[in-house]
Write a protein that binds this ligand. Structure first.
Ligand code: HEM
Length: 129
């Protein structure tokens, strides 16, 4: 039985040392999962503006079209795509499908995430500009 405090043992999941693809995939999955939960609450908080009438909403939309906000949208899409695509990878592995290929699947997830994020960010800036 270790005498290390519980919080020190718990932070081990964020320790990248000695990790390979599977460990990195897990760490990114957890970080993006936490990020999505935080985003969900921010999103609900912003939606309350709808109850304050069209002026409040239009003012928010004007801010949301700023380059800083659009960049944050890009970061959100990056995290969401990684989480969703790696979620499919984790589900397949859980079903026993592609287990020997798990590291290569991780890099495939990363490549697809970056590609789709690039397309999405291009579309966001092109359509909003
Ligand atoms: C796009 C659809 C999504 C898919 C396919 C998906 C899939 C998954 C899977 C398979 C896991 C388990 C990972 C593992 O056991 O290693 C997971 C964990 C998690 N997901 Fe999602 N998810 C999705 C969307 C979301 C959303 C929208 C949120 C937040 C609002 C979210 C938050 C989380 C959190 C907090 C975890 C726990 C991470 C951990 O404990 O390490 N997910 N997701």
């Amino acid at each position: 039985m270790t005498t290390e405090p519980r919080w020190k043992r718990a932070r081990g999941w964020a320790d990248l040392r000695g990790r390979r693809e599977g460990g990195l995939a897990f760490l990114l999955m957890r970080l993006t999962g936490i990020g999505l939960v935080i985003y969900l609450f921010l999103h609900l908080y912003v939606l309350r503006l709808l109850a304050q009438g069209p002026e409040a909403w239009d003012a928010f939309i004007a801010t949301a079209k700023s380059p800083l906000f659009l960049t944050l949208d890009g970061i959100l899409i990056l995290g969401l795509l990684y989480h969703a695509l790696n979620g499919v990878r984790v589900t397949l592995l859980g079903l026993g499908i592609g287990v020997p290929l798990q590291a290569r699947l991780f890099w495939g997830v990363m490549a697809l995430t970056l590609l789709l994020t690039g397309v999405a960010v291009y579309a966001i800036f092109a359509l909003t500009g």
